[in-house]
Design a protein around this ligand. Structure first.
Ligand code: PLP
Length: 385
């Protein structure tokens, strides 16, 4: 394998982890403090206050030292008793993972599978709910493997008068896509630090509704210790964590939330939409049609189809080796068929235009004739203006 060209600076353009803005990187480098001392309590209190609008909730937000998958597991381990039933919505890799976690915890799992790239019809979900007694419905808000965004309001409305809890993976959505947990009736939303929260990997967050809390506090749930939300809920109002918290990462999240609120949350969401629209327009112009249902297309990741005989892997390899730019392919049933580029975090028009320029050069080098030189960049510029 050739090594990346040193003529270009390294560019991390995955749908997470993402490039960490310098302000945040500096914040994570601060000297650490007593994890239960007054300085840390201020940090935790401000994070609690500032992160809630990103979830759209007034419910407590719990902090865990784990990646996104760890908090997905926590959401289930705290509400399930072995043998209880779970309904999983699966239309991509992370929906599959949520279902696998539920099975690993001993749940009986029913799956509503829809075509990858398309989200399920609420009527199909309603029919399933009418016939079964589910402890939880698990859904992925922003399916990073396909770029499809689930209509959580519609699903929440189906569960409002039922005991079933709505558990949501918004690992790659929160901070880039609007969430209204309380209004939509979502019970637990989990996320990770390394996506639109612009931090290094390693921190997980979970917001817990009152309805979920009643179930979590029962003693007959699955075995849980480190991920036991009862322990976290007992200290969250004192601005503490049950176990030693990742102090440096929390400094980073504190800075990230400061930046998000300085820009303004509506402005952050609008910027994600504008840039992802431009990226998608550029890919389409280069002959890489947007993958999946465009009515539900993500603003934090652009998933583009790769025409044969090209493969996603070849494009990813060329972008890295020639332009020192890391984009993603797929490691699932879409392997070879798509490329994925992150449009989350602190990115600008310059990042999108650079990606599209390198992408055009890579496609051309791989033998794919683009309609006219510069057409990807031109389409993005047209979209931006
Ligand atoms: N869910 C979604 C939608 C994701 O994009 C990811 C990571 O890419 C995960 C879950 C898993 O998170 P982690 O890799 O942090 O465990």
């Amino acid at each position: 394998t050739a090594s990346p060209s040193s003529a270009y600076p390294y560019r991390l353009r995955l749908p997470g982890p993402i490039t960490i803005p310098e302000r945040i990187r500096q914040a994570t480098a601060r000297s650490i403090v007593n994890h239960r001392g007054p300085e840390m309590r201020v940090i935790l209190e401000e994070i609690q206050q500032w992160i809630k609008p990103l979830f759209g909730t007034t419910a407590p937000v719990l902090t865990f030292g784990s990646s996104g998958t760890g908090v997905m597991e926590a959401s289930l381990a705290n509400v399930l008793a072995p043998g209880e039933k779970v309904l999983a919505l699966v239309h991509g890799q992370f929906g599959e993972r949520y279902a696998q976690i539920a099975r690993a915890l001993g749940a009986e799992v029913d799956v509503i599978e829809s075509e990858w790239g398309w989200t399920p019809d609420p009527a199909v979900i309603a029919a399933k709910l009418d016939k079964n007694d589910y402890r939880a419905l698990v859904a992925v808000h922003n399916e990073s493997s396909t770029g499809a965004v689930t209509d959580l309001a519609a699903i929440g409305a189906l569960l409002r008068d039922r005991d079933t809890l709505l558990l949501v993976d918004s690992v790659s959505g929160l901070g880039g896509l609007e969430l209204r947990q309380d209004e939509w009736g979502v019970d637990i939303i989990v996320t990770g630090s390394q996506k639109a929260l612009m931090c290094p990997p390693g921190l997980g967050f979970a917001s817990v509704s009152e309805k979920a809390r009643k179930v979590i506090e029962r003693d007959d749930r699955c075995a849980r210790f480190y991920l036991d939300m009862r322990k976290a809920l007992a200290v969250v109002d004192k601005h503490e964590t049950a176990f030693t918290c990742p102090v440096s990462l929390l400094f980073g999240v504190h800075e990230a939330l400061t930046m998000i609120h300085e820009e303004g949350l509506p402005q952050v969401f609008a910027r994600h939409k504008r840039l992802s629209d431009a990226m998608r327009a550029g890919c389409v112009a280069l002959g890489l049609p947007a993958f999946g249902d465009q009515a539900t297309a993500s603003h934090t990741v652009v998933v583009a189809s790769v025409p044969e005989p090209l493969t996603g892997g070849a494009i990813v390899k060329h972008m890295y080796e020639t332009y020192n730019t890391a984009i993603a392919g797929a490691r699932n049933k879409l392997t070879g068929r798509v490329i994925r580029i992150g449009t989350m975090g602190l990115i600008s028009e310059a990042d999108v235009l650079t990606d599209l320029y390198f992408l055009e050069r890579s496609l051309t080098a791989l033998g794919h004739a683009v309609p006219t030189p510069g057409c990807g960049v031109a389409a993005a510029v047209a979209s931006l203006s």
